[in-house]
Design a binder for this molecule. Sequence first.
Ligand code: NDP
Length: 329
Amino acid sequence: MTFNALVVEENEEKGVSVGVQQVTKDQLPDGNVTVAVEYSTLNYKDGLCLQPRNGLVRAYPHVPGIDFAGTVEASDDPRYRPGDKVVLTGWRVGETHWGGFSQKSRVNADWLVPLPDGLTTKQAMAVGTAGIAAMLAILALEDHGLKPGDGEVLVTGAAGGVGSIATAVLANVGYEVAAVTGRPETSDYLKSLGATRIVPREEIISVIKKPMEAATWTGCVDAVGGEMLARVIGQLKYGASVAAVGLAGGSSLPTTVIPFLLPGVNLLGIDSVIQPFDSRKRAWQRIATDLPLEKLDAMIVDAKLSEVPELGSKILDGKIKGRIVVDVN
Ligand code: NDP
C-alpha cells in the first residue's frame, strides 16, 4: 500500500527538489501512533523547510509539514485508539521527523493532543502552529496582568498567520486591537477580524531615535521582531508586556535596557514547539472557546499538496494572508 507525501530531496544543482511521491508505511519514521492525516497547514517555518540549507532539516529525503490533524489508524499507546481525532503541532515534526505533508504520519504519542471539542480537523489546521503561538502569546500577556479595558493592544504582522489569529481572539474577548500591516489592502480583512485601528508598518518600523516614546500600547503580540519589536518596546505603557513570537522582519533587537528599567516593561519569549501537554491543552481550549469560528473560516485559503512548494516561497516573502489549509487527500 502506498500513499502520497510531499518529499524534499537533496539535489546538487538546486540544493533541493520537491515533489509529491508515492511512499510506503515502511518508510515512515519510528513512533507509537500512526495517523491518517486529513489536513495540514502552511507556516513560515514550512516555507523555510522547503528551502535548501535551511538549518532546520537534518536529513534527506524529508517530508516537511510542522502541523497535522487526522484520525488515529494504529496505536501502541494507551492514550490513543484507532478512530480518535488528534492534532499535532511542534516537537520538530516536519523538521527532524517526517511531518504532515503526507497522507500518513507516524509519531510519538507524547506529541499529540486530542482534537479539541468544537473544532473540525480542518479548523484545527487553520489554527495550526501559528494560531497556537498566537494563543500562547495572549495567555502569557494575560498571565502578566493584561486584561480587557486597559487600552489598545498592538498586533504586528497582523495579516499573517500569527497576527490574524491574535487579532481575532483578542477582539473577540473584548480587547481593543490596533493592527500593524505593511499591506494596506488587508485593512478591510483586519477590521473584519475585529481590529479597530490599522497602523501602517512604516509608522512603527524606523530607526529608534529615543529609547522611550509616548506610552501607547497596553500589550503587544509581535510576529515581526527586529526594528519593529525594538520600537514597540519603547512605546509600551508602564509595566506592560510584549510577547515576542516571530522574526518575519528580522532577528536583531536594536534597543537599550532603559524601557525595561524605567517603565518596567516586559519582553516575554514565546515558544510553541516544546510546550508540555498541559500547556498545549490549555491553549487549544482557549482557541476552542475564544476564536470565533466564522472568523477562522474567513481566514482559510484552501490548498492541495502539490501547491505547497509555491506557497512556501510566498509565505517567506510575506505574501500570504490568513491561513493556508492543505488537504493532503
Ligand atoms: P506569515 O508570513 O503568515 O506572517 C508574517 C507577517 O509579518 C506577514 O504577513 C507580514 O504581515 C509581516 N511581515 C513580513 N515581512 C515583514 C518585514 N520584513 N517587516 C515587517 N513585517 C513583515 O508568518 P506566520 O504568521 O506564520 O509567522 C510569523 C513569525 O512567527 C515567523 O517568524 C515565524 O517563524 C514565527 N513563529 C514563531 C512561533 C513560535 O513558537 N515562537 C510559532 C509560529 C510562528 P503584514 O503584511 O500584515 O505586515
